[in-house]
Design a protein around this ligand. Structure first.
Ligand code: KG4
Ligand code: ZN
Length: 365
């Protein structure tokens, strides 16, 4: 077996164009030699959300520049690579296609092997970029378009325990930012405002806690924030900085409470069939939220479970996690060719019965 492997990863499934190079020797922590991320926030700012056509065009225009920059930062040539990994779904079809076409072109031109990666598997394996992970682990994958509890049994083996029945928390953070005049992406802006807010001023709901299992809902919470905001505005026709801070703190606290309680339930479900929970992991853009990380860490401590989360720069969309997942799949024997297709919908759990609606990034797989 080849020992050290060096992979280029490409990411273009939503509104971040990424190229990164990851090198790994078995038994060691991977080295991220470069990690280029070009966000598209400014391009979509006038539209109140990600415009798929604008995103796809920007990815197509910027991917090769990002690849050049990733090779330059890593100080290596294309010929030093062992393979190319690319997000092949789920996501916005135009963006995913841009990445897949770019990767195919690079692979055909260089003769390097090609590996298609499920974007969600990239998130799910991302804690391994900074912490040695072992399987199985219990994971909360929580981002702009997705929210689900998974048992990760291996690099390509996922079992879904439950998830959101409507919006993903990241989507809700973005909406709350729009409602309160904070900038996009909403998550970091709401988190910052919440630091100076009173989480108890507004009574906001903790949806679905009365229902057993670990399914979640965030749509009603979003609407409750809208109503709370409107009561403040109608009282004196303005929304003050302190009001925004208090709404942000109340909302973030409600999300923390729901995720913490549903994590307790996911642990209990896991323990019905297994003697212990070896590791609880959180990943995805919302895992960058310090209050949410702290709440989950507390749940882990309560249950005597090891807790792991990716380094901050690998929580939101990035290509290092795609290079890493592709490298691991390649080592496991996975190979794709020019027939690789873009899959806008691609649930991680192959046994998953039905898809549940559509989010910012496509189906809530
Ligand atoms: O994983 P990601 O980059 O894209 C998806 O695959 O969806 O996640 C982006 C989402 C956005 O909705 C963003 O507002 C949210 O993650 N996010 C956060 C934070 N940083 C990013 N949410 C809460 N707190 C944060 N610090
Ligand atoms: Zn993502």
């Amino acid at each position: 077996m080849q020992n050290t492997l060096t992979f280029l990863g490409l990411e273009s499934s939503c509104d971040d164009t990424g190229a990164a190079i990851v090198r790994h020797t078995p038994g060691e922590i991977p080295q991220v030699l470069s990690n280029i991320v070009e966000g598209q926030t400014a391009l979509h700012a006038d539209f109140g959300g990600v415009v798929p056509e604008i995103a796809a065009r920007a990815h197509a225009e910027r991917l090769d520049h990002c690849v050049e920059a990733a090779l330059r930062d890593a100080n290596i040539a294309l010929s030093d690579l062992d393979g190319i990994a690319v997000t092949a779904g789920p996501g916005l079809i135009g963006g995913v296609l841009s990445g897949v076409m770019c990767a195919k072109g690079l692979s055909a031109g260089s003769g390097l092997p090609l590996v298609g990666v499920n974007h969600l598997a990239g998130h799910a394996l991302s804690p391994g970029l900074s912490d040695p992970i072992s399987f199985p682990m219990l994971m909360l994958l929580v981002s702009g378009g997705h929210c689900q509890f998974l048992i990760v049994r291996g690099i390509d083996e996922f079992h879904r325990l439950g998830g959101t029945i409507d919006d993903a928390p990241g989507e809700a953070f973005d909406k709350v930012a729009r409602l309160t005049g904070l900038p996009q992406p909403g998550g970091p802006a709401v988190e910052k405002a919440a630091q100076n807010g009173d989480p108890k001023r507004f009574a906001l709901p903790r949806p679905l806690l009365d229902r057993p299992g670990c399914d979640m809902s965030f749509s009603g919470l979003k609407t409750a924030v809208l109503r709370a905001r409107d009561t403040v505005i109608s009282a004196d026709n303005t929304l003050r900085r302190q009001d925004v801070n208090d709404l942000s703190a109340g909302f973030q606290n409600a999300v923390c409470d729901v995720l913490a309680e549903k994590t307790r339930r996911a642990i209990a479900i896991y323990l019905e069939e297994n003697p212990t929970v070896p590791t609880l992991a959180v990943a995805g853009g919302v895992a960058a939220n310090k209050a949410i990380r702290a709440a989950l860490e507390t749940v882990s401590e309560e249950n005597g479970v090891k807790f792991t989360a990716p380094a901050m720069q690998y929580c939101t969309d990035n290509a290092a996690m795609i290079a890493w997942a592709g490298l691991l799949r390649f080592r496991d024997g996975a190979r794709d060719d020019l027939a690789l297709s873009a899959r806008p919908r691609w649930p991680l759990d192959r046994m998953q019965a039905s898809m549940l609606g559509s989010g910012k990034k496509g189906a809530k797989a």
